[in-house]
Design a protein around this ligand. Structure first.
Ligand SMILES: C[S@@+](CC[C@H](N)C(=O)[O-])C[C@H]1O[C@@H](n2cnc3c(N)ncnc32)[C@H](O)[C@@H]1O
Length: 246
């Protein structure tokens, strides 16, 4: 059996709250097959990537995996709305907004950040207050407007202050992109969003496996222990599904 056939023979069912085959399709395809080479040639990916270039700290592989989820998997869910925790100069947000606008007109993406850098951090965190301080919210909004991204809403402030207000007026989400690096923020977002995702919704952690984001790693360890969940994908970033546990 060749290696691609091995992926196709993986069980295509929900078990332990995740679909292992879909995790292999994306993760193995990107890490060991030529999936990335094919994706970078797709016009939609190229357009979105060009918008994000020069304004994102997210790696190309992580952007490709977000693209795969949005293109092939998000459409099956009840909600196509996306929320991002940690937007910095708006790179990954405009990337996803472009894909979303093309694929799911009517869906919205909310991008949350202080846009003034990291708030207070803890001793486990590598980052210090003020890191990622080089964002200019007016410039980011102008850039998104000029790109025609009327589906993208920027929300400025600490998540702990802005999210409770935002959650009063939004639908459940299909994807949460958690890219905020530090323990308190990642922990807060994952707990606040758990009951606000639609069934099967994707929690995507940009940095829980990154050596300078051990606070994010600890938050994800706690997610696994407290909610007894298994991940669907571990490379290039950690992906969990919500609401599929039996
Ligand atoms: C790695 S950056 C995000 C990168 C971004 N996704 C990109 O495309 O480049 C992490 C961001 O998380 C934000 N952040 C961390 N904790 C936060 C909190 N509690 N409230 C709001 N923003 C927070 C920081 O301000 C920082 O801009």
């Amino acid at each position: 059996m060749n290696e691609n056939a091995r992926v196709e023979h993986m069980p295509d069912r929900i078990e332990r709250g995740r679909n292992v085959r879909e995790g292999y399709q994306r993760g193995w395809g990107l890490q060991f097959d030529k999936l990335a080479d094919r994706i970078v040639k797709e016009p939609l990916f190229g357009q979105a990537f060009q918008l994000a270039q020069g304004r994102t700290a997210v790696s190309p592989y992580n952007l490709i995996n977000l693209y795969l989820i949005v293109l092939h998997f998000l459409g099956r869910l009840e909600s196509h709305d996306i929320i991002e925790f940690g937007s910095y100069r708006g790179g990954s947000a405009v990337f996803m907004a472009w894909c979303l606008k093309t694929l799911y007109p009517g869906a919205k993406i909310y991008a949350l950040d202080t846009f003034e850098g990291m708030p207070e951090t803890e001793d486990i965190d590598w980052h210090k207050p003020g890191d990622f301080g080089g964002a200019d919210i007016d410039e980011i909004c102008d850039f998104a407007d000029r790109a025609g991204l009327d589906n993208l809403v920027f929300v400025k402030g600490r998540f702990q202050d802005t999210l409770p207000i935002l959650l009063k007026s939004v639908r459940p989400f299909g994807l949460a992109h958690i890219d905020c690096d530090i323990y308190s923020a990642v922990k807060y977002c994952q707990d606040a969003m758990w009951d606000r995702m639609c069934k099967g919704g994707y929690l995507v952690y940009d940095d829980a496996l990154v050596s300078s984001c051990f606070g994010a790693t600890q938050a994800v360890e706690e997610l696994i222990m407290e909610r007894r969940v298994h991940c669907e994908q571990i490379w290039p970033h950690a992906v969990f599904r919500v609401g599929l546990q039996s």
